[in-house]
Write a protein that binds this ligand. Structure first.
Ligand code: ZN
Ligand code: MN
Length: 415
């Protein structure tokens, strides 16, 4: 029998607000001495009252809008009750039945919901001791949940990368997975090819911190589950972790259901009511989203691969926008694509006037390109350094020309 993987995702993104979700402590907690950014609210001391962060709510809703969601005009926070040492209150303030955003769509996949909650503290295991740092406790966290409508790991990873680009375009988080600003969970199950219904179980793999590992976790789990199913056993519904050293998933605990959390409305925060006008104002403030940027760059004459180099890098994109404001957009885009990221700060566009007469140079460039098919093929396959061989040839013929300008002319001919 042939099998099909069924995948759904939960993505947590830490928002880069100045302050935490329900108190005035600084939200940025990287390279900060442990437990220096805490207060009675984020330590969960008795009697401390939460005050929601308006900026975090605005950003969560803007993210929902960017993901094509409908916005619930009436929304509220709920308590999700569970015990873990990094959760000092014994509950997390999250959203249950009235999240800010529902029913979105991205790359032909359905976004179930986007809600706002608070991050937990951070445990650190040192030898046989476990230390705890509450600087992260209460940092605003957006959770994006998808429908289980993915049937391939690659498709899933493409989706996750697009979410990361959108978050970065909005400027609401670094979405840096190494730092844990973006954390991935994937629900994996397997069904016979051709079956429409969802399998009657699912395995959740938590806290995956790279796109590479999410793919490996899916591949490992799919193979493990197929083996069980073929021996007549339904995999046990559970939460598993991913071991980066062994490249396999490991059982952590049996999966809890929503009712185990005893969700109930947060009594210290009244429900939130938005107006349609407010939502439309936020919609009008959305920046250009990656899908549009990509289309615009390709329309300028960039290849999809070159367009993605720009769209994938916030620093490159910012530099491109800066340069294209004062010069030719296409030259700006190409110069930024070909510049190494650490030298971007110094990159300036040569004025077109440096080139004496493009009409006399273009035929020379075209001849060099025609005479060097191997170099051109190398360049197009991504070995961008290959271009300097062509630059050198033209420089020998026209020594008065500026090498950077030559490089730009050749690049424009190579697209
Ligand atoms: Zn605090
Ligand atoms: Mn969550």
């Amino acid at each position: 029998m042939s099998w099909q993987t069924v995948l759904g995702f939960e993505i947590h993104v830490e928002l880069a607000t100045n302050t935490k979700m329900f108190c005035g402590c600084p939200a940025s907690h990287f390279s900060v001495a442990p437990n220096t950014q805490t207060c009675p609210v984020c330590l969960g001391l008795p009697g401390a009252l939460p005050v929601p962060n308006a900026k975090a709510i605005e950003w969560a809703i803007k993210l929902g809008l960017a993901l094509g969601c409908e916005i619930n005009l009436l929304s509220k926070f709920d308590r999700k009750n569970y015990f873990y040492p990094d959760l000092s209150k014994g509950y997390q303030i999250s959203q249950y039945d009235l999240p800010f955003c529902v029913k979105g769509n991205l790359l032909n996949h359905q976004v179930t919901r986007v809600h706002l909650e608070e991050d937990t503290g951070k445990l650190q295991h040192v030898g046989d001791k476990t230390l705890i740092d509450f600087n992260r406790s209460g940092v605003p966290l957006v959770e994006i949940v998808t429908e289980p409508d993915f049937i391939s790991a690659d498709d899933g990873v493409d989706f996750l990368k697009e979410v990361q680009r959108i978050v970065r375009a909005l400027g609401i988080s670094s979405a840096d997975m190494e730092k844990g600003s973006m954390r991935l969970e994937v629900n994996i199950s397997v069904r016979p090819e051709g079956q429409k219904e969802l399998p009657n179980y699912k395995i959740e793999v938590k806290n995956i911190n790279s796109f590479k590992f999410v793919k490996k976790a899916i591949e490992f789990e799919t193979a493990r589950q197929i083996k069980l199913l073929e021996s007549g056993v339904t995999p046990v519904q559970e939460t598993r972790g991913f071991s980066e050293t062994k490249n396999e998933t490991v059982s952590q605990r049996s999966k809890e259901n929503a009712h185990d959390y005893r969700y109930f409305p947060e009594p210290d925060i009244p429900p939130l009511q938005f107006t349609k006008e407010q939502i439309e104002i936020w919609r009008s403030e959305l920046p250009e989203l990656p899908a549009t940027t990509r289309i615009n760059l390709i329309a300028l004459g960039l290849t999809p691969a070159q367009a993605n180099i720009l769209v994938d890098s916030p620093i490159r994109l910012a530099k491109y926008q800066e340069l294209s404001n004062s010069g030719d957009s296409k030259s700006a885009a190409i110069a930024v694509v070909n510049c190494s990221e650490d030298k971007l700060a110094d990159l300036t566009l040569q004025k077109a006037t440096v080139i004496t007469d493009p009409a006399t140079i273009t035929p020379l460039v075209q001849k060099i390109i025609a005479d060097n098919p191997k170099v051109v093929a190398d360049y197009k396959s991504g070995k961008t350094q290959a271009i300097f061989s062509l630059v050198g040839q033209l420089k020998r013929q026209k020594p008065s020309l500026d090498a950077t300008a030559i490089k730009q002319i050749i690049e424009s001919q190579l697209i």
